[in-house]
Design a protein around this ligand. Structure first.
Ligand SMILES: O=C(CO)COP(=O)(O)O
Length: 139
């Protein structure tokens, strides 16, 4: 069991590692969000599910490590990395209006964020807050 009451681990040096994921109905919003924060995101190590990453590269010019597409296991790949400490924050623009074939994978990724206390923004408003706050100097 993870002890969430103990002191936070020492500050990690190096670029922040951010995962970016968007369902099809939210990819346009993801592209706009990423363009808004492009200067910051270019300083980060980015990972994304397949199609999201392709669009971020093509339309925003971001260097993004691309995992499998979500329905083919991309959420699980990101969740597995996160579970071993490899992801600092997640922006996951889920589409609450459209059923997804890989709903268990989606829930697994969000659950992994909760288990490991990794910030996870699931809509644009919270993503703006997260991306703004995470840029603040770490002490
Ligand atoms: O389905 C997704 C997340 O659950 C996103 O996958 P893509 O970025 O490959 O479309």
């Amino acid at each position: 069991m993870i002890d969430t009451t103990s002191a936070p681990s020492p500050v990690r040096t190096g670029p922040l590692r951010i995962a970016l994921i968007a369902h099809d109905g939210k990819k346009g919003e993801m592209v706009m969000l990423a363009a808004e924060f492009a200067d910051f995101l270019k300083t980060c190590t980015l990972v994304a599910t397949g199609t999201t990453g392709a669009r971020l590269h093509a339309e925003v010019g971001l260097e993004v490590e691309r995992m499998l597409s979500g329905p083919h296991g991309g959420d699980l790949q990101i969740g597995a990395r996160l579970a071993v400490g490899g992801v600092d924050a997640v922006v996951f623009l889920r589409d609450p209006m459209t059923p997804q074939p890989h709903e268990p994978d989606i829930n697994a990724l969000v659950r992994a964020c909760d288990v490991h206390n990794v910030p996870c923004a699931t809509n644009v408003s919270s993503a703006r807050l997260l991306l703004t706050a995470i840029q603040l100097p770490r002490t």
